[in-house]
Every structure is written in structure tokens, then in C-alpha cells.
Design a binder for this molecule. Sequence first.
Ligand SMILES: Nc1ncnc2c1ncn2[C@@H]1O[C@H](COP(=O)(O)OP(=O)(O)OP(=O)(O)O)[C@@H](O)[C@H]1O
Length: 283
Amino acid sequence: MQATATPILKFDQVCKSFESKRALSQLSFQISAGMVVGLLGQNGAGKSTLIRSALGIVAVDSGQVQTLGENPLQLTSDAKQQIGYVAQQSFGYEGFTVERALDLHRSFYPDWDIALEQDWLQRFELDGQQQVQRLSIGQRQSLALIMAMAYRPKLLVLDEPVASLDPIARRQFMADLFDLALDSGSAVLFSSHITSDLERVASHVALMRHGDLLLFKEIDALREEVRLIKFEQSPPHDLPAGLTILKRKDCQLLVDGYQGQAFTTPCQVESLNLEQLFLELHQ
Ligand SMILES: Nc1ncnc2c1ncn2[C@@H]1O[C@H](COP(=O)(O)OP(=O)(O)OP(=O)(O)O)[C@@H](O)[C@H]1O
């Protein structure tokens, strides 16, 4: 996938603590148009704080965040019109039917794509006459997704968007996310605990632990370059050039930057899928 050079979201050395608790630690990364970035990390790793900082819901302590080239705490209405956001907890519109809720929501966005809205209503099998408060949690989440996507925002931010969706809706939604990013020149940032979804649709993965960004990497490059090296004895001190150690445990090293380098001591080199990588990093 080609990503243009101008970053849609940029974090530079960003730190954020809540009282003495560190939520973000020296975070730096950039997201450009066409990128679908999956944010992965344990509970409390800092994913929501990162997302909220990007949207100006949370003020960072130090470093710089730029969202669509602006300070997220002072976004212009023009920039706000180009951001779509679905939070972990669902939204209001109680007392409205689905149709009336969409009518109201649509009125805020001049670039609303009615065909896209209708298409998604059908895919999620949402009934326009249904009262919002009678929708199941998954159906509400589906409606929230339509509301965040139908104006084809330049930046779409989703905090665990599919956790409440059934596997069919989830698969469909994740596939469409990718298409949307490609078609509309959008960037997508989403958090998920479902590594298989993330592996299937994300172009990049951002892996967080205790507020640190351990890895921000293209999925294909991750498959190629992250390896678990199992040595017969303690790992040697002088490793081949180009390797970055992600984790050291007993006779094992988890490394990034593997390109077929040869080791001087006997070892076994194993590739990992995303779930295995996640487990290795957290064991
Ligand atoms: N408003 C807040 N006040 C105090 N502490 C907070 C606040 N928001 C987040 N934290 C703390 O910051 C850390 C990161 O939380 P965050 O919600 O960003 O994690 P997360 O990766 O999104 O977790 P989860 O997967 O459970 O949603 C946690 O230790 C959390 O307790």
C-alpha cells in the first residue's frame, strides 16, 4: 500500500501520566493517508489514552501531538469535520429511531455519503424504525460506526470498534475498513484485542506495553523481520549487525530487524504470528 508523505497524525516524544501512573511514555510515530494502524496492548497499556490525546480529549504533559496538522486541543471546525471517532462506550440518541438519529447526525456533515450509509445499514441489518435504546449493544456499535464513517473522514479513530459485533459483522466491517482507507485516502487508527482481525486488515501494527510503544511496524515487515531466536546456551553478547532486541529471556531473544543474519553460536530461528509475538512480549 502506498502512503502519502504528509502525516495525518503525528506524535513526537509524547508523555502523559495520571497522578503517578504513567500512561504514555515518549511516544513518537506518524500515520499517513492509506494506513490502517492496529493498536495492540494489554488492558491499561495506554491505547485509549493515546487515542484520546490524538483527539484532544486528553491534554498531554509533554511532547507534541498534531492531528490533521493542528493542535488537537484547538481543532478548527474544518478539522473536526474530517475526523470520525467511535469510543469504547456507546453514544446517546436514546428516544430517537435509527432513522431520526441518522437524520440529525447527517445534518452536521455536508460531505455525508448517503449511499454509503444505506449500504452499511443493510449490511448490519439495522432497522431504521427501531428505537435506539432497544438496539442490542452490537447493533448500537454498528450504528456508531456508520455515524463515524459515512462522511468519509480523513482520520477514522476507533477504540475497540468490533468487540461487540458478531463474527460475520466483524469480518465484514474489518474488510470494509481497509477499503474505506484506500478509496477515501483516509487513515485509520483502531485498537483491538483480536490479533487475527488486526493481522487480516491492518497495514501497520503499533504494539504498546505499560505506556511504551514497543513496535510500530508494517505487518508484512513484522512477519519478515521479527524472530524468536532460541540458543542452546546463553545468547552471545555480540549479535549480528542490524538486530534490535525486543525481549531477552533465559536462552531466548526476541529480535526485530532479522534479514537472514548468521549467528556464531548454535540456535534455532522461529517466525511468529502476531498473537505469538504478543504473548512472547508479555510473558
Ligand atoms: N482519567 C484517568 N484517570 C486516572 N488514570 C487513568 C485515566 N485514564 C487512564 N488512566 C490510567 O492510564 C493507564 C492507561 O489506561 P488506558 O485506558 O489508556 O489503557 P488501555 O490500553 O486503553 O486499556 P484497555 O485495553 O483496558 O481499554 C491505566 O493505568 C489507567 O488506569
